[in-house]
Design a protein around this ligand. Structure first.
Ligand code: ZN
Length: 129
């Protein structure tokens, strides 16, 4: 037995393990899309109280990426960056909902009336899991 395929085993996925750790778990795209991008939540996130635990005292926050920055310049250069633009593009697509998952599993409720309060229900349901 020789060396079996050790090189080229990481294709642009080097942050998977870091992203999966709960210690540094960021907000998921659906949380950002359904909760944070709401205009009043967004305003609250952008004007946070001074917090000494957070980078830059919690004053420079990117809502789309759910990240704190040290300074205004850092935040502004981040807004121009590829990472941020890619994130915005991802956020423009509709969030993955429980309805979609059920439809994929064949449990769809296309024939039933649409539930109006579905977004608030979804949030509580995901919290239980
Ligand atoms: Zn950003």
């Amino acid at each position: 037995m020789g060396r079996l395929r050790r090189s080229r085993a990481h294709h642009a996925r080097r942050d998977v393990h870091r992203a999966a750790r709960t210690r540094v778990r960021g907000r998921d795209l659906d949380q950002i899309q359904l909760i944070d991008l709401d205009p009043k939540n967004r305003a609250a996130l952008e004007k946070q109280a001074i917090d000494y635990e957070k980078p830059g005292l919690g004053q420079h926050y990117c809502v789309e990426c759910a990240k704190y920055y040290e300074s205004d310049e850092a935040l502004k250069s981040h807004w121009r960056s590829k990472v941020h633009k890619r994130r915005c593009k991802q956020l423009r697509e509709p969030a993955y909902t429980i309805e979609e998952a059920e439809r994929a599993a064949g449990l769809g409720r296309e024939n039933k009336r649409p539930t109006t309060a579905s977004t608030s229900q979804e949030v509580t349901m995901t919290d239980d899991v």
